[in-house]
Structure formats: C-alpha cells, structure tokens
Ligand binder design. Structure first.
Ligand SMILES: *Cc1c(COP(=O)(O)O)cnc(C)c1O
Length: 388
C-alpha cells in the first residue's frame, strides 16, 4: 500500500513501517506517513462515490497492507444531520451533529480499534491489552473477538456498568481497578511484558489515530469538500482531534482541499480539564489534573500523551478549549435529544453546552457552520441519567 514510514510527533525521527511499535524513543506518539501523491492516483473524489459505506472507503490512506487482515464491523461513514431545530434554539442555521453513537459498540472508539486491531493482526500480535475509561474497552473487545485475538481490559471500578458488561459479553477478560484510567494504564505497563500483551492505549500505538482521522475525511466528503468553520470536540486523550487535523493535512497533500482549516475547540469536563487549564495558561504541555472526576467517562483522562500536539492544533487553528459541568451536560442531553432525536452520551451533549458559552462570549458567531461531535450513545450512561 502507500505507507512510507512512521515519524515521531516530537522529534521527527523516522521509523521503518510494518513493525510493532508503541511510543517513540522519546516517549511521544508515532504518526504514520503515506506517499499521498501515489495514493491520490486511485483514491479520488469520484471513485469514493462507489466505495463501501464504512471508513475503509479511504483504503489508500489506511495502514493495513493485506485486505484479508482488515477487521471491520461496519464502522464509520456516520450520519451528519443538519440540526435545524437545535440550531434554532441558539439562533443558528448551520449547526450539524456528527453522530458517532451509531458506530459498532456505540461510540467512535470503533474507528480507532478497527485500525489498531487490523494492524495487530497483520503484525502477528496474539494478545491485546487496554486501559479504558469505558468505550475503548468495548470497542477493543469487539474487534479482538472478530480477529480471534485474546483481549485484556482494565477499567476503573466506577466505569458505567454497560461498558463492563459489554466487554465481558464480547469475551474479554476484564479487571476492575480502584483508580483512574492512568492507574489502569500503569497496570497494563507493569504486566504487559510478562504476559505478552500488546498495549493498545490511546496514542501509545500508532494506528488508532489512523482510524479516528477518518472523521476528518468524512466531514470534508459529506460537506462537498468544504470544511466547516468550527468543530467542537469532546476531548479525553485527543486521538480524534489529532487525527482530524492529520486528515486535513493529508487531504491538502492529495490536492482535495486548500489550506483553510476549521477552528478547533476542545471541550472538557470541569472536573477533569487538563487541556483547558494548559490552554488558558499558555502552556505547551498539560500536566496531570488532580482528583479527576466526571460522569462523562470518555473525558476522564487526567494526563494525555498527545497534549502538546493538541495544544498546538487548538492555537494554530484559532480555536480554543472550554470546560462545562456535568450538570450542564446532563441537562443538555435532553435538550439535544428532544430537539433532534439523538440520545447523546454526556460527552456529546457537552459540545452543545460549550457552544452556548462560545456564542455568548463571541468566540463563535451564529452565522457560522459548526459541527458538534456526539462521540457516543447515551445508552451506556444510564447512571449519569438517573438510573439507580
Ligand atoms: C473516548 C471518548 C472521548 C474522548 O475521545 P479522545 O479522542 O480520546 O479525546 C469522547 N467521548 C466519548 C464517548 C469517548 O468514549
């Protein structure tokens, strides 16, 4: 296929393709690079019209070499409804929701895992392990099952029950940890060598981002190759944010779009807002956020390995970072649901809460075209919505 090499996101050091990697030598994420000019010969805007309705429609800019290694459950190519009724509530006519809750296992984590597990299979991995705040574990369990790999999932004890039960029913071995996702990550790191596990933590392996970047390709394609003015993205580890930005650069490299980019906004929970704090203070990195707590489990990431990449994207794009409370997210789930018929995860509703603040402060104008990311289904968060 078209992968030329992998590259350290910090130092630019080049790594040979088709080998098993986690982080680079300096402990930073590795990014996959392609021969875009060659890819663009067969991947054209026109040919896409007849391609499969999953993210594998962008086959040439995906890292798998042999088609038989692709593990797909129908992920990606999700709807982008024009949220007219929700928009009208805030005086907007160009508001859209990218509805990622319709992915296999109910969240956009499926995008990352289809790529990571396909690559694990291609590279001969037999056992995969993951620390998860909830949805990544379910997605990994599903794709590992479909690939015939053993799956080991580590999640905080207070992860929503649906996430735990889902992993168990998908055949994974689940370990509950008294702590946060960072503690789960430490447990995976401590045991992986002895157990022979490949660690598929966010941005600690190079391919989840390749799956998540397809959200950027889809937005461009669904909008007729014109990117929106503003993207609001609920940010935990930031794979989607980093991925979409990478996709925009790749599309420009293939001659599909120009250099104009959306303003990217990270939305975080007030109880766990390391990126917002770093952004507000003008820092280049985001130190660990102490006593992280929020019902939006996907946002409960106190320390992100890709922090410096995200902060750079938020600043270069002219966007920003904003936090909202759990109460605001939960209240807005019903506003979005009743207006648009989409039962959001709290992470998704958080984007609408954030939009109202950005409109009030003048950082976003009502006439702009804005995309909110609903990153998961509300069905996995019944405790947050009042289930006892
Ligand atoms: C994981 C997750 C997020 C955060 O995604 P990142 O790309 O890691 O920032 C947001 N929402 C939901 C529902 C998630 O599962």
């Amino acid at each position: 296929m078209f992968v030329t090499h992998l590259e350290c996101s910090k130092t630019g050091k080049i790594y040979e393709a088709n080998k098993i990697y986690n982080l680079s030598e300096v402990g930073k994420p590795l990014l996959v690079r392609y021969d875009l000019q060659a890819a663009a010969k067969t991947l054209t805007k026109d040919v896409l019209k007849g391609r499969v309705s999953s993210l594998w429609r962008y086959r040439e800019v995906m890292p798998v070499i042999h088609n038989e290694n692709i593990v797909s459950l129908g992920e990606g190519w999700t709807p982008l409804p024009h949220a007219k009724r929700l928009g009208a509530l805030v005086g907007m006519s160009e508001l859209f929701i990218k509805d990622e809750g319709l992915n296999p296992t109910g969240s956009f984590k499926a995008r990352g895992q289809t790529a990571a597990i396909s690559m694990a299979k291609e590279l001969g991995v037999k056992k995969v392990a993951i620390p998860t705040a909830g949805n990544a574990g379910g997605a990994m369990s599903a794709y590992a099952a479909a690939a015939g790999l053993e799956a080991y999932v580590f999640m905080p004890r207070d992860t929503p029950a649906a996430c735990r039960i889902e992993c168990e029913q998908l055949g994974a071995q689940v370990t509950l940890i008294d702590g946060l996702i960072t503690d789960c990550g430490a447990e995976v790191a401590r045991r992986k060598e002895a157990e022979g596990w490949f660690d598929v933590s966010t941005l600690k392996e190079p391919y989840r981002i390749e799956g998540k970047k397809t959200m950027g390709y889809e937005l461009a394609e669904q909008f007729g190759w014109e990117l929106p003015d503003v993207i609001l993205y609920p940010t935990g580890g930031g794979t989607g944010l980093v991925g979409m930005w990478k996709a925009f650069d790749e599309m420009e490299g293939m001659g599909w779009i120009d250099s104009k980019r959306p303003r990217m906004f990270s939305v975080q929970a007030a109880g766990c807002a390391p990126i917002v704090r770093a952004y507000d203070n003008g820092w280049d990195e985001a130190p660990e956020f102490e006593n992280a707590h929020t019902a939006a489990s996907g946002l409960r990431v106190p320390k992100a390995v890709g922090d410096f990449i995200m902060l750079n994207i938020l600043r270069t794009s002219g966007g920003g970072a904003i936090s909202v409370t759990d109460e605001e997210m939960v209240a807005d789930t019903k506003i979005v649901g009743a207006a648009e018929g989409i039962f959001c995860a709290p992470e998704g509703a958080a984007c609408f809460s954030a939009l109202k603040k950005l409109l009030a402060s003048g950082q976003v104008a009502t006439k702009e075209r804005v995309v909110l990311f609903n990153t998961g289904t509300g069905l996995k968060y019944l405790e947050a919505y009042g289930l006892k």
